[in-house]
Design a protein around this ligand. Structure first.
Ligand code: C2E
Ligand code: CA
Ligand code: CA
Ligand code: CA
Length: 275
């Protein structure tokens, strides 16, 4: 028995080492990818529910790993946060997204995700202002998407920062709305421009009566507070119909457009405008 336990322990230890090794390797690869400019932004369209036109794009990070293929952001972003690489990555994302949007024929909006640790860093408002000026992009064409985890800690800092960004004319979107612990209380403490209904609610539409009620309630709540509202994760016509029927302002999802590389954008917007 003793020996068996010993074996079990050595097995466990070996697995732990493997895991740590794999993590360290991925960390090294990510550092290398950042240095070599191997990260890429994809852009997913947001459509107006009233005109059906594209009104903007959300920038989404992609890492095409030479050996593993596409590594999803939910896998490498935590690593970026833990290693501090997030600063460089976050900076690059804002810079690249603004420069791209500045080159568009039409004044569409660009939405950029900002993670909690980026948000905590001093100077985000200054970085954004400088980036907009360099790119020649009007502040109201930039949307910063945050989740409520950003607001949970350091409330005073968050208030100042959101105030400074909105003061410049940048729009603030509360992402993944409805999934956190106190979504409603944040609406009272902070000013936003838009709520994004989390895709878990949107995807339950059509097979769950409660989901329809919740989505309808969020849309009404947003409008009563003077905010606009977007539904993410729309994958089928049924979900789209329910969203549209309840006067949501914008939609986003695989049904209407997947995240795509920058060279596909012009053709996509032209085609969408012709619909
Ligand atoms: P998010 O900001 O909530 O982004 C929405 C996610 O849903 C994206 O996944 C998008 O590709 C996916 N999505 C869009 N439409 C549909 C749909 O119809 N169905 C389904 N099932 N999914 C859909 P992605 O690109 O894998 O990004 C995952 C998360 O990683 C993002 O969630 C965001 O939290 C984070 N992320 C991505 N890019 C960045 C970035 O540049 N900076 C930061 N800080 N975080 C990022
Ligand atoms: Ca987002
Ligand atoms: Ca989201
Ligand atoms: Ca999310």
């Amino acid at each position: 028995v003793k020996e068996e336990r010993g074996n079990a322990f050595r097995f466990f230890e070996a697995r732990m080492n493997e895991h740590l090794h794999a993590r360290r390797q991925l960390e090294q690869d990510l550092r290398y990818a950042v240095e070599r400019g191997q990260l890429e932004l994809y852009y997913q369209p947001l459509f107006s529910c009233s005109t059906n036109l594209v009104e903007g794009f959300e920038a989404l990070l992609r890492w095409n790993h030479p050996a593993r293929g596409m590594v999803p952001p939910l896998e490498f972003m935590p690593l970026a946060e833990a290693t501090g690489l997030i600063d460089r990555i976050g900076h690059w994302v804002i810079e690249t997204a603004c420069a791209t949007a500045a080159g568009w024929q039409r004044p569409l909006r660009i939405a950029v995700n900002v993670s909690p640790s980026q948000f905590r860093r001093a100077g985000l408002a200054e970085t954004v202002a400088a980036t907009l000026a360099r790119a020649g992009l009007a502040p109201d064409r930039l949307e910063i998407e945050i989740t409520e985890s950003v607001l949970m800690e350091h409330t005073a800092i968050a208030l100042d920062l959101l105030g400074a960004l909105r003061g410049q004319g940048v729009h603030i979107v509360l992402d993944d709305f409805g999934t956190g612990y106190s979504s409603l209380s944040y609406l009272r403490s902070f000013r936003f421009d838009k709520l994004k209904i989390d895709k878990s609610f949107v995807q339950a539409l059509g097979n769950n009566e409660d989901a329809t009620m919740i989505v309808r309630t969020i849309i009404g709540l947003a409008h009563n507070l003077g905010l606009s509202v977007v539904a993410e994760g729309v994958e089928n016509p049924r979900q789209l119909a329910i969203i549209g029927a309840h006067l949501c302002d914008q939609v986003q999802g695989y049904l209407l457009g997947r995240p795509m590389p920058v060279d596909k954008l012009a053709a996509f917007t032209d085609q969408a405008a012709a619909l």
